[in-house]
Design a binder for this molecule. Structure first.
Ligand code: OSB
Ligand code: MG
Length: 372
């Protein structure tokens, strides 16, 4: 039984090694909400992936903190749940929307359950792999030369799949330049919803550049334009922002709006909904892969466990700790293997050790919620 005794919420500030710019906004640092769920002797950890500004999604660090403190923690405090699934269901009934806030708590509950069952989070979720293939996501760059320099650096470090961000004015020529320099590189693009239906003729010109996929070219709620594009090109269209639940995924599949689905547990409310989407896509023969939100080692460990499930057939946006941070909140950090993979921790729970000394240094505030 998962007995929710106390919930700790804290925020820490982490400076990115370099700013990360996408078509919808830029980040130089992350203010990260960490959730600690206390159940007997076990502590479950979750990370909220919301960013400072509502550009990728409507959620922000502040809306997520508000939801967690005012609505989500109170919905589960003092209650017992058979498993993390029931806890997640309760959160979903308590709060419409706000999947990133819900996921932070739901994922901490899965971490608890893994400890109670003395198994790794990967095995608990249904994972089978011992290592996951990963890639790197490169933000919008000031010039084509700067972009080529970045790609070269990551390829030299051992990344075997590169995703480059695109936006109007930063697309065809930029992609062609990378493709010409690395004709065989597994390469994909991500527009973060920067295009509209009128841009379909331009986007069709990306077909023929041997891209693994074109991720989220249109608005999060514009499934029809994605279907129109997918029906007119060979390159798979991949949905990220658009997939906020299993129901939305089902609609996308019926419309043929995507050939590939990106799963970010934070975006869909946690691990349970991620697994449902994973299973549904598997039954349709649609591959999925695990996206990223510039997580610290805590969120990254959750993503790696999820990405060890069998239908995660394409490399994830799960890079090594040193792609993001001078110092990660876990010690040791995640490092890239020779074969372009990250290891799936096999120990009980998340399988990473938290650097509490470092957390104490970067913590901004913290509250402990419990019943009187
Ligand atoms: O669209 O996948 C995205 C980061 C923040 C917000 C949205 C996205 C991203 C990334 C980074 O692409 C992936 C990573 O964590 O390495
Ligand atoms: Mg994306």
């Amino acid at each position: 039984m998962l007995n929710v005794e106390r919930i700790g919420l804290e925020t820490v500030r982490m400076r990115l090694k370099e700013p990360f710019r996408i078509s919808s906004g830029a980040q130089e640092e992350r203010r990260v909400i960490l959730v600690r769920l206390f159940c007997g002797d076990a502590v479950g950890l979750g990370e909220c992936v919301a960013s400072e500004t509502p550009d990728y999604s409507y959620e922000t660090v502040d809306t997520a903190m508000w939801m967690l403190e005012r609505h989500l923690a109170p919905a589960v405090l003092g209650l017992e749940f058979p498993t993390a699934v029931e806890l997640g269901d309760k959160l979903k009934r308590a709060v419409r929307g706000h999947p990133m806030a819900r996921a932070a708590l739901e994922m901490a509950a899965w971490h608890i359950q893994a400890q109670l069952e003395d198994t790794s989070l990967s095995r608990l979720l249904g994972g089978e792999r011992e290592a996951v293939e990963v890639g790197v996501s490169i933000g919008l760059q000031p010039s084509i030369d700067a972009l080529l320099e970045k790609v070269r650096g990551y390829v030299e470090r051992g990344y075997r799949r590169v995703k480059m961000k695109i936006a109007p004015g930063h697309d065809l020529e930029w992609v062609r330049a990378v493709r010409e320099a690395w004709p065989e590189l597994p390469l994909m693009v991500d527009a973060n919803a920067a295009y509209a239906e009128d841009d379909i003729p331009r986007l069709r010109r990306l077909d023929g550049l041997g891209l693994m996929m074109i991720e989220q070219p249109f608005a999060d709620d514009d499934l029809l334009s994605h279907a129109q594009l997918q029906n007119s090109i060979e390159t798979p269209v991949c949905l990220d922002e658009a997939i906020t639940s299993l129901a939305r995924c089902e609609t996308a599949l019926r419309l043929n709006a995507a050939g590939i689905i990106n799963i970010k547990p934070g975006r869909v409310g946690g691990h349970a909904e991620s697994i449902r989407i994973h299973d549904r896509c598997a039954s349709e023969g649609v591959p999925v892969w695990c996206g990223g939100m510039l997580e610290t080692g805590i969120g990254r460990a959750h993503n790696i466990a999820l990405a060890s499930l069998p239908n995660f057939k394409l490399p994830g946006d799960i890079s090594a700790s040193d792609r993001y941070w001078e110092r990660d909140v876990i010690d040791p950090p995640f490092t890239l293997g020779e074969d372009g993979t990250l290891p799936v921790p096999g120990r009980t729970g998340l399988g990473v050790d938290i650097d509490e000394t470092f957390l104490d240094r970067i913590r901004m505030d913290q509250v402990m919620l419990e019943l009187e």
